[in-house]
Design a protein around this ligand. Structure first.
Ligand code: MG
Length: 164
């Protein structure tokens, strides 16, 4: 039987090993919310990001996505999957589909937030999308964008008095 605590620990460990910190996630949430809640505190952001990271479906997506990135980075996938994941091919799309399992949690504002952040690629998302580093972050960039989008949606719902 898998222990809940072990799953969360592993997900956070993988994010950190891939260079994604809480500061990066806070920066993305602030970016998404700056026009709506300019007074938003860092503590508020951390609180909502942590709520998202506590969800088992989010932890599972993080672990699965980062493992697929690592397998591709080390050439441990068969073709044609290897090339599709390595090159982050536009027609592949499974990375975005997996990110939806995170965005779905807090309803439709999540989609708008995710679409916007995925287009503008602020902060850490720009580095994760840099293909010249030799790192494969095909799944991770969508997962990080989705975590920030979900945390922003949660925040928006809670500001409107609609919490869970
Ligand atoms: Mg991607």
């Amino acid at each position: 039987m898998v222990k809940e605590k072990d799953v969360k620990e592993k997900a956070l460990e993988l994010l950190s090993e891939r260079g994604v910190t809480m500061d990066h996630l806070v920066e993305l949430v602030q970016f998404l919310q700056q026009d709506y809640f300019p007074q938003l505190s860092v503590e508020d952001c951390i609180y909502n990001i942590d709520k998202v990271l506590n969800k088992r479906e989010v932890q599972n997506t993080i672990i699965t996505g980062i493992h697929l990135d690592l397998l591709a980075e080390n050439n441990h996938l068969d073709e044609p999957l290897l090339s599709m994941v390595k090159r982050d091919e536009g027609l592949y799309g499974v990375d975005e589909t997996m990110a939806l399992s995170i965005i779905n949690i807090y309803g439709s504002i999540g989609f708008t937030n995710y679409g916007y952040i995925d287009k503008v690629k602020p902060g850490i998302l720009e580095r994760l999308n840099d293909k010249s580093t030799g790192k494969v972050n095909t799944f991770l960039d969508d997962i990080v964008g989705a975590i920030a989008a979900a945390a922003s949606s949660r925040l928006a719902h809670s500001k409107w008095g609609n919490q869970d």
